[in-house]
Design a protein around this ligand. Structure first.
Ligand SMILES: Cc1ncc(COP(=O)(O)O)c(C=O)c1O
Length: 375
């Protein structure tokens, strides 16, 4: 007589059972439908995507793609060659991933044992912590100081206590500022793995990648999801020395990226003129958005080196978030300490800026509108 089957619950890894589920954002179409909007007349300013999308050459390359019945090149040789020229690194110093999120997970797989600590600099991108918990690691949040500066002594103390990785996002999502050499060099000098997430680097034209040759503990992550407009194809890259990449290759799934992702990213890099024109348009729009928001006064933007602005509201950020969404303008609100009275707004097209400003004017409390008219 077989034993009674055990409940599936008793087989789960305890730390997985404890994880909070990721709640996916609702699709634009659903939000728009609920608010009675045509999605074509909505402004999607919530995920820092590129509203212009990729180069027409990318779409042509995708349309003429062959061999989709074969597995893709597991090491994406052609794309790495193209990236070597783009980044001034060797192809052997480049690993391709299915989005920077996959690369974050790879880094954690390489370094973090259950119970190990990693440091993130709050407020920052939530995946560093989320992925660490998936791997049964511990997250030590070192809060940023005034002007979102890194608290270097506090991070050094955590490294001294054995923290395995320091995550530095530059430009930082969601606060928008760049890490400085004064902040990064002391961390690199410790020898502990320091990951510079440069997902938004093109918007700042600032990178720490050249330091990889001097500091074998430096890892730089970048993505095609932002300036290159390929968020839907999940393609990104890691720059690091060969030793680290050798380890990362051991834990990477062989066919981690799709043929479409590789083809699209290669074609995107071959159309530098399109990337440059897009960058100019988005930087000009960032400036225009800052100027108009400051004039209008309802939102107060922090300086940004990325394609988004973190803006202080005058109070009820969740309420304003809801009011904007009901009128087809989708931005992000983070119910987290120190930024729960803020909204993060991606830089869009001029018509997105115009729609946002018009809606802000419409929902602004009548008293403040009257004040503005008197002023
Ligand atoms: C700082 C940062 N890193 C990584 C990512 C993830 O990028 P990917 O789309 O390549 O997974 C994002 C996406 O918003 C991000 O803001």
């Amino acid at each position: 007589m077989p034993n009674r089957p055990r409940n599936i619950d008793s087989y789960y890894r305890p730390h997985v059972r404890e994880l909070e589920p990721y709640v996916p954002p609702e699709a634009l179409e659903i939000l728009a439908y609920r608010a009675g909007f045509d999605p074509a007349h909505a402004s999607k300013l919530d995920f820092n995507e590129n509203p212009y999308g990729p180069s027409p050459r990318v779409m042509e390359a995708l349309a003429s793609m062959t061999n989709v019945h074969l597995y893709p090149d597991p090491i994406a040789g052609e794309l790495r060659e193209e990236l070597a020229a783009y980044t001034s690194m060797d192809p052997e110093e480049i690993l391709i991933g299915s989005g920077a999120d996959e690369l974050i997970s790879l880094v954690v797989s390489v370094f973090v044992e259950p119970g190990d600590a990693v440091v993130d600099l709050t407020p920052t991108y939530s995946m560093y912590g989320g992925v660490t918990l998936q791997h049964a690691g511990r997250v030590v949040h070192v809060p940023r100081g005034d002007d979102w500066k890194v608290d270097v002594p506090a991070v050094l103390a955590e490294i001294e206590r054995g923290a395995k990785i320091v995550w530095v996002c530059s430009p930082n999502n969601p606060t928008g500022g760049l890490a400085t050499e004064e902040e990064i060099m002391p961390l690199l000098e410790t020898g502990a793995p320091v990951v510079l997430d440069e997902a938004y680097f093109e918007f700042s034209r600032h990178t720490f990648a050249p330091l990889i040759r001097m500091y074998p503990n430096l890892i730089v992550l970048r993505t095609f999801s932002k300036l290159a407009g390929l968020a839907g194809l999940r393609i990104a890259y890691m720059l690091a020395n060969r030793d680290i990449l050798d380890q990362a290759h051991k834990v990477k799934l062989p066919f981690n990226t799709t043929l479409a992702g590789q083809v699209a990213a290669t074609a995107a890099l071959r159309d530098r003129a399109y990337l440059a024109a897009n960058l100019d348009a988005l930087l000009a729009e960032r400036q225009r958005l800052v100027t108009l928001l400051r004039e209008q006064g309802e939102l107060d933007p922090y300086p940004s080196a990325a394609n988004f602005l973190l803006c202080r509201t005058s109070g009820d950020a969740p309420g304003l978030h809801r009011a904007l969404a009901a009128r087809g303008v989708y931005v992000r609100h983070f119910p987290k300490p120190r930024i729960d009275d803020c909204l993060r707004i991606s830089v869009g097209r001029p018509e997105d800026t115009d729609r946002l400003l018009a809606v802000l004017e419409e929902v602004r409390p009548a008293a403040r509108r009257a004040e503005a008219v008197r002023a």
